[in-house]
Ligand binder design. Structure first.
Ligand code: SIN
Ligand code: FE2
Length: 266
């Protein structure tokens, strides 16, 4: 996740959007994103039905598989059936390795609270970004990655065209209202052939999807609970981020959003 540091330091400059931009995501969905196939329920998933904040987006989000770019796929609702079990498992992970707001090498406290599960975990502090087998907060290894996590990540990767994905790291992100993750690339992993698998749970997010250069134009699209994004191959080092979380409520997560980011780090 290189680039978080400078991005955090210069948040306002990197991310400038308004409600209009988000509503503009409808345009993105219709034009910039190619809808490939329906998966599961053929009918649109209405915001009200999903128990979400109705004024966040003023359009329905279809259950579908969409290509964001070469090597990048949005799997709408892919994890919908697993949501409750995923949240239970997250609660157990947090009980062993608590969420914490990490410090960037530049000395900024990140607004997103993080922990990890897996053989290694992503950490940031004054010394830099790295993967560590030990949780610096507890001094113990990170909690073992639940079978459900590994299985979901592998199934999503396969669906997106990446067979044999075996993540050894899962970053758990918690966004409270207003929390954000500025444009960055996931850059600290040794295996560049493995994709990134990102699972959204709870309050909807506005996902920023850019290009290989920080200055490339950025699309904004909603990520709802149960949505999974997979990016690898030519999209592996695309800049991405999360706009400040809007107030909302979800039965599983309250006012928060959780995100699981699966990687092959070593
Ligand atoms: C990340 O880039 O690590 C997380 C993205 C997200 O929260 O969806
Ligand atoms: Fe990332």
């Amino acid at each position: 996740m290189a680039g978080v540091m400078d991005a955090t330091a210069g948040c306002a400059g990197n991310i400038a959007y308004s409600d209009d931009n988000v509503r503009g995501a409808k345009g993105i969905h219709e034009s910039g994103i190619c809808r490939m196939q329906d998966r599961g329920s053929p009918r649109p998933v209405a915001m009200s039905e999903a128990g979400l904040n109705g004024d966040l987006f003023d359009f329905d989000v279809p259950a579908a598989t969409a290509s964001l770019a070469a090597g990048a796929t949005l799997l709408r609702s892919f994890a919908r059936e697993d949501e409750a079990l995923l949240m239970q498992a997250i609660t157990q992970v947090i009980a062993a390795s608590p969420l914490r707001q990490m410090t960037t090498p530049g000395g900024y406290r990140m607004s997103v609270a993080m922990t990890n599960t897996g053989l290694v975990g992503w950490v940031s502090d004054e010394r830099g970004y790295r993967y560590d087998a030990v949780d610096p907060l507890t001094g113990a290894p990170w909690p073992r990655m639940p079978e459900l996590f590994r299985d979901l990540a592998a199934r999503a990767a396969l669906q997106a065209g990446f067979a044999g994905f075996e993540p050894d790291a899962c970053l758990v992100n918690r966004y409270e209202p207003g929390a954000r993750l500025s444009l960055h690339r996931d850059y600290d992993e040794r295996d560049a052939t493995a994709p990134i698998v990102s699972v959204s749970l709870g309050v909807p997010a506005r996902f920023l999807w850019g290009g290989l250069k920080r200055t490339d134009p950025t699309k904004r699209l909603p990520l709802l609970s149960g949505d999974v994004v997979v990016w690898g191959g030519p999209s592996r080092f695309v800049y991405h981020g999360i706009a400040p979380l809007k107030p909302g409520h979800h039965p599983l997560t309250g006012t928060n959003r959780f995100n699981l980011t699966f990687r092959k780090a070593r």
